[in-house]
Design a protein around this ligand. Structure first.
Ligand code: NCD
Length: 305
């Protein structure tokens, strides 16, 4: 049975994206069940998570898998065991898939070289977060009349691009979906190679709306990953890069991967507003991650056959 890891969205094709989204739809509509019967999925979360961890667990359990959860506290990692030794141990114990969240960029790719089980990157430091981007594309496709409806639409990715693994996954995802992407951030929160991406860089949410943004995709200000003072103050940041109700009057949709700093990236009263896709993004997590688990373990082919 063919298995495959999900490590990055950087080299995903349009067809790859469509394959996951179509299968996710089949899961959402109940056309695909128990695909992981007799499989064991290990959820190895060595960094904090609510949405990603819970939705992976629901996805695995609803697909009929046995689920093992591992965190830093309570595993041998707390005794100094290396990531590689941990992965080799899981491999020898016979797990069928490893869902890994880790604070170091590249951790999932490294892990995948030490196990024959597929590794699904659930977020690696400032690296990648492919399933977040996939569920974002799912929720946005729903709001825009399907995947084809994304073609030519404009999305502004707003905020802390520098520290964001989500940005590194959603930007290639949006581009493959045929969307136009602009970055909206202070220069101190942009990666040094931002220019090489060839994307317009704008300096406020108002400018993004003038550019014609259909979607404002906010990123969390990741203060735990900031080494120094990259913004003058949170209030100053919120003034130029925070989204409030008036920004959504044009019909633009608001997205955010969560967790949200209310009043910083987005004002509290619009998080659950009709123009906010944030609850839909969360809801899409289960069917999209069910699809990713089925594809990575080869179960999708088995059930479809
Ligand atoms: C993100 C993450 O942890 O990468 N959240 C998520 O998975 N929904 C974004 C963040 O932490 O800002």
């Amino acid at each position: 049975m063919e298995t495959r890891s999900f490590l990055t969205l950087e080299d995903a094709s349009r067809e790859d994206l469509r394959e996951v989204l179509d299968l996710a739809r089949a899961f959402a509509e109940g056309r695909f069940v128990d695909s992981l019967e007799n499989k064991t999925v290990c959820l190895a979360f060595f960094e904090a998570s609510t949405r990603t961890a819970v939705s992976f667990e629901l996805a695995a359990r609803r697909s009929g898998a046995h689920v093992i959860s591992l965190s830093e506290k309570g595993s041998a990692i707390a005794k100094g065991e290396s990531l590689i030794d941990t992965v080799v141990t899981l491999d020898r114990l016979g797990v069928d898939a490893i869902v890994l969240r880790h604070q170091a960029a590249g951790a999932a790719a490294l892990a995948s070289r030490h196990t024959s089980a597929p590794v699904i990157n659930a977020g690696d430091g400032c690296g990648q977060h492919p399933t977040q981007a996939l569920l974002d594309l799912y929720a946005l496709s729903d709001a825009m009349g399907g995947f084809e409806g994304l073609q030519g639409r404009r999305v502004a990715v707003v905020g802390d691009v520098l520290h964001s693994r989500v940005a590194r996954s959603v930007i290639p995802g949006f581009l493959q979906a045929g969307m136009e992407v602009a970055l909206v951030a202070p220069l101190t929160l942009l990666p040094p190679d931002a220019e090489s991406l060839g994307l317009p860089v704008l300096s406020s949410v108002d400018e993004a709306l003038e550019w014609g943004a259909d979607v404002l995709y906010m990123l969390r200000l990741q203060r735990e990953r900031m080494a120094g003072a990259l913004i003058p103050s949170v209030a100053e940041y919120a003034r130029f890069y925070g989204v409030s109700r008036r920004h959504l009057e044009s019909g633009a949709l608001a997205m955010h991967p969560g967790p949200v700093n209310r009043g910083v990236e987005i004002s509290g009263d619009v998080v659950l507003d009709a123009s906010s896709l944030i609850p839909d993004q969360v809801a899409a997590g289960v069917c999209v991650r069910s699809a990713v688990l089925a594809l990575s373990t080869g179960a999708a082919h088995r059930v479809a056959a």
